[in-house]
Design a binder for this molecule. Structure first.
Ligand code: T5A
Length: 222
């Protein structure tokens, strides 16, 4: 039986990686096999492209080229990590996926919707998330969290954008949640990580019923 596919989305520092990790632990405690992955990256080829994108090396080439590079990374990720894991019956949790391209390159950088849509069709095909959790947080709070975690390390290509850019991102994600209520759920990411994790678990339980999923052998847990 195909596993389930959950994605986390939201602005910088909204807690996606933290919640992906916490949800995976909870699912594993239910005996499910879980693959935690991320974008850009999540497969050896895509991790190389991640470096090019987040270093800012592709920025002078424009948002269309960046969109194509994110798509190339996604193609490798879907082919080599996500589809095989789903086929093995694992639950896949991805820290960012196609909505990041829709929001960052589409809604904010104004890349033509037809290009975004065409790239999506080509790279993702039928491998759509069963559930997308959008973590909602004022941009300034998310950037402060990301900054505190980073310490003295350099900011990446997108984190270096203005506060207004990050506020517009937040709005675009809220709009996405309103447009696709069957797939997307907006969760307030302001409370403590443990409280947000409880809200995430409620949604996952309600929508995907992990307790009802067939149990897997624990030795296969990653
Ligand atoms: N991008 C990506 C595109 O433009 N197009 C695309 O198609 C794709 C896929 C990726 C960048 O690429 C762009 C978007 C991004 O700018 P990244 O390094 O992966 O870059 O950056 P982010 O995805 O933004 O990840 P971050 O690590 O910055 O944020 P997270 O994962 O949302 O946050 P997390 O969990 O690491 O938490 C940040 C800090 O806050 C603390 C954590 O302990 C950590 O220190 N924290 C909390 N503190 C208080 N209360 C809570 N509830 C907390 N939750 C976490």
């Amino acid at each position: 039986m195909r596993g389930r596919f959950i994605t986390f989305e939201g602005g910088e520092g909204s807690g996606k990686s933290t919640q992906a990790r916490m949800l995976a632990e909870r699912l594993r405690a239910h005996g499910l096999r879980v693959c935690v992955t991320r974008e850009p990256g999540g497969s050896p080829g895509a991790e190389v492209i991640r470096h090019v994108l987040l270093s800012g090396a592709a920025e002078p080439l424009g948002p269309e080229t960046e969109a194509v590079l994110f798509a190339a990374a996604r193609d490798d990720h879907v082919t080599h990590t996500i589809r095989p894991a789903l086929a093995r019956g694992e639950w896949v949790i991805s820290d960012r996926f196609l909505d990041s391209t829709r929001v960052y390159q589409g809604a904010i950088a104004q890349v033509d919707r037809r290009l975004i849509h065409g790239l999506e069709k080509l790279t993702v095909g039928e491998t759509r998330p069963d559930l997308t959790i959008i973590l909602d947080l004022p941009a300034a709070d998310g950037l402060a969290r990301a900054h505190a975690r980073r310490g003295d390390a350099d900011v990446d290509r997108f984190e270096a954008e203005t506060l207004d850019f990050h506020e517009r991102l937040r709005e675009a994600y809220r709009q996405l949640a309103a447009e696709e209520p069957d797939r997307c759920v907006l969760i307030d990411a302001s409370p403590s990580a443990a409280d947000v994790a409880r809200a995430v678990w409620d949604v996952v339980n309600r929508r995907l019923e992990p307790a009802m999923a067939p149990l897997h052998v624990q030795s296969g847990v990653r």
